[in-house]
Design a protein around this ligand. Sequence first.
Ligand code: PEP
Length: 253
Amino acid sequence: MRKPFVAGNWKMNTDSHTGVSLAEGVACGSMDIAGRSVDVAVIPPFVYLQAVVRALNRSHIAVGAQDIYYEQKGAFTGEVSASMLKDVGCIYVLCGHSERRHVIGESDELVNKKINAAICSGVLPIFCVGEKLEEREASLTKEVVGRQVRSGLAGLDVEKASALTVAYEPVWAIGTGRTATTEQAQEVHAMIRKLLGEMYDAQLAQEIRILYGGSVKPDNAADLMRQEDIDGLLVGGASLNADDFVAIIKAAS
Ligand code: PEP
């Protein structure tokens, strides 16, 4: 039985004050369920990580980062390593988010190095994959997502891969208000799980959590969560409002 997992990606939003009150609002609203019937994480910008970790100290909500660099330390101006994230209390890190792939230009190879570096430092990657609109329209979804999964996990043995959460986020559904239908999402989730079974083994495929992301809101969360292979939700815009995010957490729990 896979425990539901809901993560809120704040992207480049909030400030030192609103970030802390958002975290406190989420902790307060989900007090009875977070960590029990549902795992919850918030993913603030780097500069607010420590303040949010402190604010969530007494809660069961984990904190994640939006990115890492794969080297541990040295002359990499502007970058942040996995061991630094661990040092400030991060449990999770997003790897390969669509905005990093398509706005910043990250390759599958770079995502693979980041996943590997995170796992080696004990930070749990949330590995994001998803096709662009033109790829879906050209019936290339399975091919694109399959390639992202294979390349992102290249060289990772079963033990390392078991530290992963996968997030399927169709690029055309992120921040657009356009959600994949439950059937579209379930189909890709099932395909990813099958592929993980082929790459690793049936046990890993059954245990790994696959989140859906892309315009998740309080009113579509429960339907998505009813799908057999959807184990949780990666939420962007709606995670910036404590009431909406708590409603999504409750729908998932
Ligand atoms: C995301 O940032 O991963 C995301 C899914 O954003 P939104 O919920 O706003 O589409």
